[in-house]
Design a protein around this ligand. Structure first.
Ligand SMILES: Nc1ncnc2c1ncn2[C@@H]1O[C@H](COP(=O)(O)OP(=O)(O)OP(=O)(O)O)[C@@H](O)[C@H]1O
Ligand SMILES: [Mg+2]
Length: 354
């Protein structure tokens, strides 16, 4: 990356939640304050026109990062800079408007995210009217028809209500609404995990086509590695609030370095080598209320030693990837494992991995 094309920069982002019992209860029972370490010191950058994917087990902080980028959640520490502007720095709603126009979100559940009492035309018009890009009238109607056609629906669908559509069609409507204000950046939080596999592929292909045509940038959150393999240019692997490995998606998927990434990839069935030995991911994700010392993955890691339990690993670079792992840094992990061709991880094979 050459620095000039960075549309989003996340620097040392930390988000913590206070999950303490109420004060009176603490006084009576002597219970301590409790803090959820949802996101810890996360650093990544997204190049304009590309797709950056975040993966990791449930509860590792993916949606919290998405909400912080969207300005819905304030960071505890660190900064998010979008198109050169500090996201947390807006004093008023008005000041944030141009930023919000350029950054839209698509959510997992196309049932919950569309207002059931509004017609599709009104749902899609809303961002256009909010950002005062057009006023009501024939031009707006034409724009809505154009947006519906863009996502493969009929202009007549503007008169219908959300319940008259299938899940895949509703996600197309969500995409049309996200595109209505001509954004530069779309945050997609599990955009297809509520859909059937065949419909999933259609939506992902539509997203890719729109990205090419409109020069969109995506932040894609998914726990499905097949979806990520299909979409991502760059990939960030999260574990318990931290990025443990990030960089070129193809390299990570072919030659994962971090033991957690390897275990995650091993959950994807491989029809070409069904009996290959697999590093099963054992145990549960520890609680973000009390992250383990040192490397947070050490209690589940087959390669962990005393240093891993005591000292947090700093990221080091290996080719186009940055990875935070003592075993990799010390050469204790076999870096020259056989490549896995990307096409082995097609949508049909994976289902919901991880
Ligand atoms: N408002 C909140 N108050 C307290 N804890 C929260 C809050 N929001 C999120 N958390 C906690 O922060 C952690 C990260 O949550 P987050 O929703 O970001 O995970 P995720 O990676 O998106 O998970 P999933 O894959 O299940 O969607 C979780 O432990 C969650 O319980
Ligand atoms: Mg989530």
């Amino acid at each position: 990356m050459n620095g000039t094309d960075i549309i989003l920069s996340v620097d040392q982002l930390t988000v913590r939640f206070d999950a303490s019992p109420p004060l009176l209860k603490r006084l009576v029972t002597g219970a301590k304050r409790r803090t959820v370490h949802a996101v810890e010191a996360v650093d990544f950058q997204v190049e304009r026109g590309s797709t950056f994917a975040l993966v990791g087990e449930s509860g590792c902080g993916k949606s919290t990062i998405a909400r912080t980028i969207a300005g819905i959640q304030a960071p505890t520490k660190g900064a998010v800079s979008f198109m050169g502007v500090n996201v947390a720095g807006f004093r008023t709603r008005h000041a944030a408007l141009p930023y919000r126009r350029n950054l839209q979100m698509i959510f997992q559940d196309p049932y919950a995210s569309l207002n059931p009492r509004w017609r599709i035309g009104r749902i899609i018009a809303e961002p256009i009217l909010t950002h005062r890009l057009m006023t009501r009238g024939a031009a707006l109607d034409a724009r809505i028809a154009e947006l519906l056609a863009t996502v493969g629906l009929s202009p007549k669908d503007a008169q219908k209500y959300p319940h008259q559509f299938s899940g895949g069609q509703r996600q197309r409507i969500s995409i049309a609404r996200a595109l209505a204000a001509n954004p530069a950046f779309v945050v997609c939080d599990e955009p297809t995990s509520a859909l059937d596999v065949s419909v999933q592929a259609q939506i992902l292909n539509l997203m890719k086509q729109l990205q090419r045509e409109l020069g969109l940038t995506f932040l894609l959150i998914s726990h499905n590695l097949a979806v990520v393999a299909h979409m991502a240019d760059r990939l960030g692997v999260m574990y318990l609030g931290r990025l443990v490995e990030q960089g070129d998606a193809e390299q990570i998927l072919a030659r994962p370095l971090h033991p957690y990434t390897r275990a995650l990839l091993d959950t994807v069935p491989d029809p070409h080598a069904p009996h290959r030995p697999r590093a099963r991911l054992s145990g549960e994700v520890p609680s973000p209320l009390a992250p383990p010392s040192g490397c947070a993955f050490h209690p589940r890691c087959p390669l962990a030693d005393a240093r891993c339990a005591a000292e947090r690993p700093e990221p080091i670079r290996v080719d186009a990837v940055s990875v935070a792992c003592h075993a990799v840094a010390e050469g204790r992990i076999d870096a020259a494992q056989p490549d896995r061709p990307k096409d082995q991880q097609s949508l049909e094979q994976s289902g919901d991995a991880a």
